[in-house]
Design a protein around this ligand. Structure first.
Ligand code: VGL
Ligand code: ZN
Length: 196
């Protein structure tokens, strides 16, 4: 069984959103065309409380994209984004949702960020995604969505660690930082992910 993971295809990561990924909207036609070619389609959704500590707004004197130490982990500070229940947290209206069988939400704990759809950044709390996929007989996961250098990257790394065959669908992702993505791509390849 082969599953397609749709990572964080949410309004705040698309043009007009608070953390818009350059060219993010360009992936939507491809993502929609890909879905029917998989046995299973699963989505992740970044889903933060308004007071999430990854938001620069929660740290007086700090600006978005600065780095801090957050409870012992390095943390990039972000503009407020994907706040639970807001329009920015919704999936894009241009995303075909009818084949999505399950949605895994992440980033709900205020004290820790969660880039991967599998675990928080400290690898403390699982979302249950790996067990769900195994329960459905999935051996191979292909990833697409936003952003290539953050949530798609960390989801792919965890998928590898969980023992899945992994393909990173490069044409169906866009990055926040081209440099960050170039580095992530090398590491993904080194760890055995197929790219493209
Ligand atoms: C993401 C930064 C903060 C992502 C989520 O989906 O790549 N990036 N939260
Ligand atoms: Zn986030």
């Amino acid at each position: 069984m082969k599953a397609l993971l749709l990572i964080d295809i949410q309004n705040d990561f698309l043009p007009g959103g608070s953390l818009a990924v350059p060219g993010g909207h360009e992936i939507l036609p491809l993502v929609n065309d890909l879905q029917p070619t998989y046995d299973l389609v699963v989505a992740t959704q970044d889903w933060h409380p308004a007071q999430h500590q990854s938001f620069a707004s929660q740290h007086p004197g700090r600006q978005p994209f600065e780095q801090i130490d957050l409870h012992g982990l390095p943390q990039t500070l972000w503009p407020d984004h994907c706040v639970q229940g807001t329009a920015g947290a919704e999936f894009s209206p241009a995303l075909d949702q009818h084949r999505i069988e399950a949605i895994f939400r992440k980033g709900t704990t205020p004290e820790i960020d969660s880039y991967s759809g599998f675990f928080d950044n400290g690898h403390r709390k699982s979302t249950g995604l790996a067990d769900y996929l195994r329960g459905r007989g999935v051996q191979e996961v292909h990833l697409c969505g936003l952003a290539a250098d953050f949530c798609v990257n960390f989801s792919a790394l965890d998928a590898l660690q969980e023992g899945f065959q992994v393909r990173f669908l490069e044409a169906a992702t866009r990055a926040i930082s081209a440099e960050g993505y170039a580095q992530a791509r090398q590491e993904l390849q080194r760890r055995g992910a197929q790219i493209g």
